[in-house]
Design a protein around this ligand. Structure first.
Ligand code: SF4
Length: 456
């Protein structure tokens, strides 16, 4: 097959809407590649013998093979390679932090720039959507019933794999719609919601039943209902609190609740918060903080600040999100932490912060922020969005009868909990990671559950 005979140079930059256009609403701002553009970009791959991009991909996608098929215009094979490793290949094409994963390791960066792997993954998703999704063979029914708690990426990935292996799978979620973070935490300026929705339908296509609006808080009930194994993928549903005075004032919101509220309103339930003309302080330095800031801007906020206690170098948010935030006019206040939220008539009026300096590295390897005495300053704001992380629902976990370690479900190398037949994975085990890691956890757990059921 003759591909890449003329070595293309230079990564193909996708067209983007201007920052002024982007902030007008919740619309994706990066244009997808055309076929010729995708073929050009895929041809930039060097087809490394021992590809570091694959090692860095939590889903273990055979990236060089995928790129070779695409460069050869064999789109069906490219789609099959992606789908074989990642049931949410489309979603991950849009939301994977590739600058930290596959693209960060791409050898091509030593020549010019890494291959735009995620853009090519998107292209193939769109091809599949247009031409029909890859259908894998389903094993004959085993007669075994499996319950999955949580219809986020880990739960749905596990359900898909188990259904493909012939098991009768039901996924339970307390929200109105399945998808978890894919729907309620990722707003449609990152991707059109048809991306997660079509992939959830794809999972359903293998016979997975999804029950929404039902909160499971007893595994005994599920075992009584005839399920022989359970996979817990309930995620992190409670916010980490700031623990500063004034946190209970009107105008203080927790990031995931805020994003879920906006997502629901955009999907027709409830109304959008009115941020017109408001000054918003977002506390935190992760991707959720950046997403909250970008969302506040799209809701009409006049000024949006991101307040982070370390410097830009330690900021966990991906560079692309930070760049987008800067382009759209979000102001970064670095090396500062809130000390109290000041109110007037029960509502947020200002936030008081203190300057920080960086000391010796802490357990995370990042330099520990230390307050500089007497450096307090005040910022007038109307809204405070707290985005310093999430934790599992402790009350829910305490009812499951499984061992907990450091607030998370403890599992062995097979993702089995301390309770027989009960497995767990995703954020409720790892404390919060990427969508692709959740998917990979789900697939791994499905394999272990399958072995467990066969051994019974
Ligand atoms: Fe291609 Fe980059 Fe992976 Fe090498 S590291 S196989 S160049 S995508």
């Amino acid at each position: 097959m003759s591909v890449g005979r003329i070595m293309p140079m230079g990564r193909l930059k996708a067209k983007e809407l201007s920052p002024a256009e982007r902030v007008k609403g919740f619309i994706p701002y990066v244009e997808d590649y055309t076929l010729d553009q995708a073929v050009y970009e895929a041809s930039r791959c060097l087809w490394c013998h021992d590809p570091p991009c694959v090692t860095k991909c939590p889903a273990g996608i055979m990236i060089p093979e995928f790129l070779f098929a695409l460069a050869s215009r064999d789109l069906r094979t490219a789609a099959k390679i992606l789908r074989e490793s990642n049931v949410f290949a489309g979603v991950c094409g849009y939301v994977c932090p590739v600058e930290k994963l596959c693209e960060s390791a791409c050898v091509r960066k030593d020549l010019d720039e890494p291959v735009a792997i995620s853009m090519l993954q998107r292209f193939i998703y769109l091809y599949e959507k247009e031409n029909g999704f890859i259908a894998f063979e389903k094993a004959p029914a085993t007669g075994k019933k499996v319950a999955v708690i949580g219809a986020g990426p880990a739960g749905l990935a596990a359900a898909y794999e188990l259904a493909k292996r012939g098991h009768d799978v039901t996924v339970f979620d307390y929200m109105e719609e399945p998808g978890g973070l894919l729907l309620y935490g990722i707003l449609p300026y990152k991707y059109d919601w048809s991306v997660p929705l079509t992939e959830i339908e794809y999972v359903r296509g293998y016979g997975v039943k999804i029950v929404t609006g039902r909160k499971i808080d007893s595994l005994d009930v599920l075992f009584k209902e005839g399920y022989q194994a359970v996979f817990i993928a309930s995620g992190l549903t409670k916010p980490r609190k700031l623990n500063v005075p004034g946190e209970d004032l009107e105008g203080v919101f927790y990031a995931l609740d805020f994003l879920a509220h906006v997502a629901k309103a955009l999907r027709g339930t409830g109304s959008l918060p009115d941020f017109k003309g408001k000054r918003v302080a977002v506390i935190g330095g992760g991707d959720t903080a950046v997403d909250s800031a970008l969302t506040a801007l799209r809701l009409g906020a006049e000024r949006v600040y991101i307040i982070y206690r370390r410097s830009l170098e330690e900021m966990p948010a991906v560079p692309a999100g930070r760049k987008q935030a800067r382009e759209e006019g979000i102001e970064f206040i670095l090396l500062a932490a809130p000390t109290r939220i000041i109110g007037e008539n029960g509502k947020v009026k200002a936030i008081e912060c203190i300057r920080m300096k960086l000391g010796a590295p802490d357990a995370s390897g990042r330099r520990r922020p230390e307050p500089i005495p007497g450096s307090e300053f005040t910022l007038d704001v109307d809204v405070v969005l707290v985005a310093i992380g999430q934790v599992p629902d402790e009350e829910f976990l305490s009812k499951l009868g499984v061992a907990i370690e450091k607030g998370l479900i403890k599992v062995d190398e097979k993702m089995q909990t301390s309770r027989e037949g009960v497995f767990a994975g995703g954020d409720v085990v790892n404390g919060g990671d990427t969508v692709v890691r959740a998917v990979s956890d789900g697939l791994k757990a499905a394999q272990a559950i399958d072995e467990y059921l066969k051994g019974r």
